[in-house]
Design a protein around this ligand. Structure first.
Ligand SMILES: C[S@@+](CC[C@H](N)C(=O)[O-])C[C@H]1O[C@@H](n2cnc3c(N)ncnc32)[C@H](O)[C@@H]1O
Ligand SMILES: [Zn+2]
Length: 197
């Protein structure tokens, strides 16, 4: 489920629609958490779908570390990629604002954290645009993402968290807040695809 202070707006003809903040969202806010209405599909289930459904899964679902395709039921599925994303994950099923997000600003994540099946051509327009998001970006950029997301993670208890009650693993998260070495790294999400898969 996506944070309540967000809405869908049109970005441009290339990127389409995206998720925007309609109020200030401070760094450390959980802006999305996996919830029980999100759908999970195994690779076999996706392979058995008709072509139009596979296309929609390819555009709107992300892949978790077990290679399941997760299709969010709400406007979380409209998150666009930015190479300078303002939302990232650590090793749990939620995403955090890694910077303060102003009203009217687009919320973006990095598709490199979501196990893309194929190279994704990027038009994010940021100064640090990589031009292409690669299936194994986690191997090169995971440490940098981890650093940014960890900093935000420790702000979790300090800012208002409307999504806290639906976050899974709350006990583990509280343990990591109390004892930082227990914090899972973002690499926890990585699904290492077989070469040529
Ligand atoms: C999860 S959907 C996001 C919602 C989408 N913008 C829409 O209007 O339906 C992913 C799709 O958005 C577009 N997109 C997202 N981020 C992009 C980026 N940085 N550069 C180019 N296209 C992007 C691509 O078409 C991609 O397949
Ligand atoms: Zn980019």
């Amino acid at each position: 489920m996506v944070h309540p202070h967000t809405e869908i707006r049109f970005v441009n003809d290339i990127i389409g629609w995206g998720v925007f903040a309609n109020r200030f969202i401070p760094k450390g806010t959980i802006i999305w958490a996996l919830d029980s209405l999100d759908q999970h599909f195994t690779p076999e289930q996706v392979a058995a779908m008709p072509a139009y459904a596979q296309r929609q899964i390819g555009i709107y679902a992300y892949v978790d570390s077990r290679s399941n395709h997760i299709l969010c039921w709400d406007h979380a599925r409209f998150f666009n990629h930015s190479c300078a994303a303002n939302c990232l994950s650590v090793g749990y099923d939620f995403e955090l604002a890694i910077r303060d997000i102003q009203p009217g600003e687009e919320l973006t994540d990095d598709y490199g954290t979501l196990n893309p099946a194929e190279t994704f051509p990027c038009h994010c327009g940021s100064a640090s645009c990589r031009q292409s998001v690669l299936p194994d970006d986690m191997l090169r950029l995971g440490e940098r993402w981890n650093h940014a997301a960890r900093e935000a993670f420790f702000l979790i208890p300090k800012v208002h968290q409307p999504l806290w009650e639906i976050v899974r693993d709350r006990t583990e998260i509280e343990a990591a807040l109390a004892e930082p070495p227990r914090l899972r790294p973002i690499h926890h999400h990585y699904y290492a695809r077989a070469v040529g898969a």
